[in-house]
Ligand binder design. Structure first.
Ligand code: HEC
Length: 162
């Protein structure tokens, strides 16, 4: 029995140590609330990427009829297209700056999304006056870690994919 407990403690610490030190659970949860309150009117939180690709590329968005790219798609593209992943702390600032700019001044010429995805949508309305910089900072933390780090959340992640 003792060995089993010891094993779980050991495994627990291995999994815990996989989380990047930049990850802040409290901030993530607050960001998720912002996303639920201010973004989910249009953006779904997370859907499997193969299903999304089928919807957008093969079915012309008729399968899911989405109003906007999903949170996990944005999470993936944000980290892939913005700044440099070498230094996560700095990268988080870079994605935050992008979000601040995009949410206040959306413009499809700045898009980080795939052409095959974005062509289904009109530009999103500006959120000037509807979301504070502090809330964007929180939602950035949520979106950054939504997809890509095992153990961070209950959705879907594969670190090798970004
Ligand atoms: C009224 C609907 C609506 C709301 C509310 C909304 N969005 Fe969007 N969003 C869209 C649509 C439509 C697109 C795709 C067109 C575009 O990129 O502008 C989009 C695209 C985006 C993109 C990708 C931009 C790009 O093209 O690369 C980001 C990032 C984003 N939204 C973040 C958010 C966040 C964060 C919130 C909440 C704080 C939010 N949106 C609220 C409709 C909305």
């Amino acid at each position: 029995m003792k060995t089993i407990i010891a094993m779980f403690v050991f495994l627990g610490s291995v999994f815990a140590s996989e989380l990047p030190e930049e990850f802040d659970r409290l901030l993530y949860d607050k960001g998720e609330k912002v996303f639920e309150n201010k973004c989910m009117e249009c953006h779904q939180k997370s859907m499997p990427i193969p299903l999304l690709m089928k919807n957008f590329i093969e079915e012309n968005n008729k399968l899911l009829n989405l109003k906007a790219p999903t949170g996990n798609e944005i999470s993936f593209r944000l980290k892939q297209q913005i700044g440099s992943r070498d230094d996560m702390e700095f990268h988080l600032h870079q994605t935050e700056d992008f979000l601040k700019d995009y949410l206040y001044n959306p413009d499809l010429s700045k898009t980080i999304c795939l052409e095959g995805v974005i062509r289904h949508f009109e530009v999103m309305p500006s959120m000037k006056g509807k979301i504070s910089e502090e809330e964007i900072s929180k939602v950035n933390h949520f979106l950054y870690f939504l997809e890509g780090f095992n153990g961070v959340n209950k959705f879907y992640h594969d670190e090798t994919k970004f």
